[in-house]
Design a protein around this ligand. Structure first.
Ligand SMILES: [Zn+2]
Length: 67
């Protein structure tokens, strides 16, 4: 499990309100995840191996190695 650090976002990450752009830790694809649209998180649209979840407090990325 990875968490975005709002004060230290990487070049391929963004986080605004309840939306975030994250980078898949498996294939590198950058994709958008929204707390309102994806209540249970969103899988990487390219490989489906990682799931990103946004809550008010955090953006979490679940990696295949977590399962
Ligand atoms: Zn991926």
């Amino acid at each position: 499990m990875r968490y975005l650090d709002k004060n230290a976002l990487a070049h391929n990450e963004d986080w605004y309100g309840t939306n975030a752009a994250v980078s898949c830790t498996s294939c590198g694809k950058v994709f958008i995840v929204s707390a309102t649209l994806h209540r249970k998180g969103r899988k990487c649209p390219a490989c489906g191996l990682c799931t990103a979840t946004v809550t008010k407090q955090q953006v979490a990325i679940t990696e295949p190695s977590d399962l």
